[in-house]
Design a binder for this molecule. Structure first.
Ligand SMILES: Cc1ncc(COP(=O)(O)O)c(C=O)c1O
Length: 408
């Protein structure tokens, strides 16, 4: 049974207090908390079979290699990829996107080519493409955002042409919670022969990612936003495409054989995993996937909607006091950004923290979007399945206190 109150007990961090109040954690879009099973998996690795992978033939090295490769298989199943070779471990989503921008971009983007991103991208899915375009004298085109805070897909269709080589798009905005119509975006891109990279940093933790159904060419996401440790990211790529890409980094492990003046690359996926990987964290990521499998992404997605509705209901009562909810006219998930007229979001976050409620304030690594909204920054609450309506009630208490301090 999906019972958030019970599930919360699996997360040791919730026994801590912030400013003498029990912790309410509403900063899940930045990083999620970790269940005991993930923490135990980390400790277990270091205490019982800490060893380097792929190199030794001693027992512990074999155990570490098997556990590391088991996670790869698990990720493959989790996103419904075809082969473990299609799963590359990186440090995070940012590195996964940079891997494509360098390995694929250097070989495939030429002067005059075009890359399309959208106006709601995280800096991690914008700056690598700005830089690639600069290096190659290519053009970066941006899908505009409409006044209802959804993407202008009619304008997108007009941006597409034979010059388009890549569309790189978020599956869920980290500021708006908005989920663009990826099926439509991907189909249209493929019609003009363009590849599509999906930034799943927010979405993969909250709803079922199915790369076969979606037919995306690349998917990037981070373990730390989905109960796993920091320092692990995933790049999924279609086998054919990854096979034809050059390595991103060079050194040990990514080579099959080496001569004085030349080296021969290892097979996929190791060709893209130079040096000692983040063994412990990859192994513990497996425990995070097991946990998510157990509770079910459908349940998480449904519950996200329920919590968001509750939060919108609570916070919209204060619109008369200058509170503005930044909500697209579309289905959104698990994220509620807001501003309060005359109060800086950092001050809001500070008062929330005084009340034991962790929220985020700032640009959320999406400066162009925030500036487009004519804001200097926003406050953001982001939920996960271990949050409850009681957590949102605590956020409401913090909101009332903020209004009292600044408006009286
Ligand atoms: C939509 C989106 N893309 C990319 C990233 C970057 O993720 P990471 O910092 O794990 O590389 C984030 C992080 O917040 C994000 O929300």
């Amino acid at each position: 049974m999906f019972d958030p109150k019970k599930l919360k007990k699996d997360f040791p961090i919730f026994s801590r207090k912030i400013n003498d109040k029990s912790l309410v954690y509403l900063d899940n879009a930045s990083t999620s908390q970790k269940p005991k099973s993930v923490i135990n998996a980390l400790t277990n690795y270091y205490e019982t079979f800490n060893s380097n992978t792929h190199r030794g033939i001693h027992t512990m090295s074999e155990e570490a290699t098997a556990a590391y490769e088991d996670t790869r298989e698990h990720v493959m199943k989790f996103i419904n990829a075809n082969l473990p070779k299609e799963i590359i471990f990186t440090r995070n989503t940012t590195e996964a996107i940079n891997l494509v921008a360098y390995s694929w971009g250097e070989e495939n983007i030429k002067s005059g080519d075009e890359i399309i991103v959208s106006a709601i991208e995280h800096h991690s899915n914008l700056v690598p493409w700005q830089e690639l375009c600069r290096r190659k004298n290519a053009t970066l085109k941006i899908i505009p955002i409409k006044t209802d805070l959804t993407l202008d897909l009619a304008a997108y269709e007009k941006l597409l042409s034979k010059k388009t080589k890549l569309v790189s798009i978020t599956a869920m905005s980290n500021v708006l919670g908005y989920m663009p119509d990826l099926n439509k975006i991907i189909k249209s891109a493929h019609k003009v022969g363009s590849l599509v990279l999906v930034d799943g940093a927010q979405s993969v933790a909250h709803m079922k990612a199915d790369v076969k159904k979606l037919d995306c060419d690349f998917l990037a996401f981070s373990s730390h936003k989905m109960l796993g440790p920091t320092g692990v990211g995933v790049l999924y790529g279609k086998f054919e495409i990854l096979s034809n890409m050059n390595p991103f980094m060079f050194g040990g492990d990514m080579v099959k054989s080496v001569e004085q003046h030349k080296a021969y690359w290892n097979d996929l996926p190791w060709k893209f995993e130079a040096g000692t990987p983040n063994i412990a964290d990859v192994i513990a990521f497996d425990a995070a996937l097991t946990y998510l499998d157990k509770i079910g992404l459908e349940n998480i997605h449904k519950y996200d909607q329920q919590l968001l509705k509750y939060a919108v209901g609570k916070f919209s009562k204060y619109e008369k006091d200058g509170v503005s909810l930044i909500l697209p006219k579309s289905d959104t998930s698990s994220i509620l950004s807001f501003s309060i007229k005359g109060i800086h979001p950092h001050d809001i976050a500070q008062i929330f923290n005084d009340e034991g409620v962790a929220i985020r304030s700032g640009y959320h690594c999406s400066q162009p979007l925030i500036e487009h909204l004519n804001l200097s920054s926003t406050a953001r609450m982001s939920f996960y399945f271990y949050n409850t309506e009681a957590d949102i009630d605590r956020a409401e208490i913090a909101l009332k206190r903020t209004l009292k301090i600044f408006k009286s």
